[in-house]
Design a protein around this ligand. Structure first.
Ligand code: HEM
Length: 509
């Protein structure tokens, strides 16, 4: 009798909707509960650091706390489950044998990255899997041919000199503190624009490119926070949040920038400029390769494919490099004796640095060791993610079931005291031929390894050497004790509030 109102015509649909939502909520709760139980069972064999029942281990990631990670690695020398809230866990590994087993498989990229990363890198090579990844990788590999890289050296040196000219105007022969990361970022963007897209943007002197560079920084930060905040894994909650709103806005900035590059080339191709341009360059640039690529059926890359690859190259080609160059300078600033030795070596090989050749870069053995040691100490890409498509058994017999997200912590691997003696010490001689030969082949992986290693590795090494050599010829760098850099580990390990260094112009070079 009391519930007779339910029988009225208007109340019935509400009642049904309420029961439906309740049932859905209950089902979801059961699903989450079962998921937690399954994860607890699957990860039982692996001890984990103390965790908050609701937040899991989120706190230390959000604080960019790399030292905390080092403490954990000392206590748990191979791997540990990392809880993101109560219902999700990533499995962190940082042991060379574990890394070898993991990288010799072809597990797909993590679904979280697939879901969250597209505004940054599209569905390009970095995010693709299976036959489509293979097809794109084969098509893009010729863009990194040795002869093409050789031709880039001059372009790179020119862009570095533009940056040094700017520094010379700012700095005198006295120590001058300068935020160098922004300059280096624009210089790297300048290089990738010229090398991959044959586009002269003058972005180092023309501030209209700043919004793109800043959008990348902020967008990476938002995506990273989303990855490690399980509430934001829900599209609805994320879209309704202030971060979700900002995310949409920044994605538009990136897309417009990429579109402008593609449209400009398409227009010039239509206008028949292609022949002249390619003849002038003597090689196909990356954009030529993507626009002329055909699949096995003879069809061209779709507009989305082109857009994705261009976004990925723009980002991959400058962001990680800018971070690496800044960290190398920082390590050399902290270690003046190594800096001086590199400078002596570079002077001996390049003289005044008017021109640089491939063979000269090969001769810079000490500088290369310093570059490698920085990439060990501060790897620009600190971790890589995969979802296991089938069970994985490590060499010690420990097994993970399919479906678990495994994170290879490159930072963890490079700081693992079981692998590296005094891992916090900057010691370039770790990379002498003799010491390298004795090391586990999977102990040092700044560019990953296996079939999905970094396609831009050689390009990156060339740019790192050219940039560092030219900077050292013209400037002495020392740390600015008032503003030490901190880490911002948003996929790429960057200096959070910039990189302040004291620069002193060298009178003779
Ligand atoms: C210091 C600079 C760089 C570092 C430390 C670095 C590091 C890495 C790492 C660790 C991966 C593996 C990612 C994963 O498996 O999830 C990777 C992949 C990749 N990198 Fe780099 N990279 C650098 C520069 C570059 C440059 C300059 C380019 C392009 C011009 C580039 C393009 C790519 C691409 C396309 C992939 C995906 C390859 C594939 O999945 O087949 N990277 N990089």
């Amino acid at each position: 009798m009391e519930f007779s109102w339910l029988e009225t015509r208007w109340a019935r649909p509400f009642y049904l909707a309420f029961v439906f939502c309740l049932a859905l909520g209950l089902l979801q709760t059961i699903k989450l509960y079962l998921r937690r139980q399954r994860l607890l069972r699957d990860l039982r064999a692996f001890p984990t650091p103390p965790t908050h029942w609701f937040l899991g281990h989120q706190k230390f990631i959000q604080d960019d706390n790399m030292e905390k990670l080092e403490e954990i690695i000392e206590k748990y020398p191979r791997a540990f489950p990392f809880w993101i809230g109560p219902f999700q866990a990533f499995f962190y590994i940082y042991d060379p044998d574990y890394a070898k087993t993991f990288l010799s498989r072809t597990d797909p990229k993590s679904q979280y990255l697939q879901k969250f990363l597209p505004p940054l890198i599209g569905k390009g090579l970095l995010a693709l899997d299976g036959p489509k990844w293979f097809q794109h990788r084969c098509l893009l590999t010729p863009g990194f041919h040795f002869n093409i890289l050789k031709a880039y050296i001059e372009v790179m040196a020119h862009s570095v000199k533009t940056m040094l000219d700017k520094w010379e105007k700012i700095c005198s022969t006295q120590d001058t503190s300068l935020e160098v990361y922004e300059h280096i970022n624009l210089m790297s963007l300048d290089i990738i624009m010229k090398c991959a897209f044959s586009k002269e943007t003058n972005c180092q002197t023309n501030s209209t490119h700043d919004p793109y560079v800043k959008a990348i920084f902020e967008l990476s930060k938002i995506i990273f926070h989303r990855l490690y905040s399980f509430l934001y894994h829900s599209d609805i909650i994320f879209k309704l949040s202030p971060q979700g709103y900002r995310f949409q806005k920044l994605s538009r900035v990136l897309n417009q920038y990429t579109d402008a590059i593609i449209q400009e080339r398409k227009k010039s191709l239509q206008a028949g400029v292609k022949q002249n341009n390619t003849q002038k360059r003597k090689y196909q640039d990356f954009l030529d390769i993507v626009l002329s690529a055909k699949d096995e059926n003879g069809s061209s890359f779709s507009d989305t494919d082109v857009h994705s690859e261009v976004s990925m190259f723009l980002l991959g080609g400058h962001d990680s490099l800018a971070a690496s160059i800044s960290w190398i300078l920082y390590c050399l600033a902290l270690n003046p004796e190594h800096q001086e030795r590199c400078r002596e070596e570079v002077r001996g090989i390049l003289g005044d640095g008017c021109s640089i050749t491939w063979d000269q870069l090969d001769e810079m053995s000490y500088t290369t060791m310093c570059i490698k040691e920085t990439c060990r100490l501060i790897p620009a890409v600190p971790s890589i993610f995969r979802d296991l498509s089938k069970p994985l058994t490590f060499p010690d017999g420990c097994t993970l079931p399919a479906g678990i997200t495994v994170v290879l912590s490159i930072w963890g691997l490079h700081h693992n005291p079981a692998v590296w003696k005094n891992p916090k010490v900057f010691d370039p001689l770790r990379f002498s031929q003799e010491n390298s030969d004795q090391r586990h082949p999977y102990a040092y992986l700044p560019f990953s390894a296996g079939s999905r290693n970094c396609i831009g590795q050689q390009f990156a090494m060339v740019q790192l050497k050219v940039t560092i050599a030219l900077i050292l010829l013209h400037f002495r760098v020392t740390p600015d004790p008032t503003r030490p850099p901190t880490f911002s580990s948003h996929f790429i390990l960057k200096p959070k509030n910039g990189m302040y260094l004291q620069l002193k112009k060298l009178s003779e070079c």
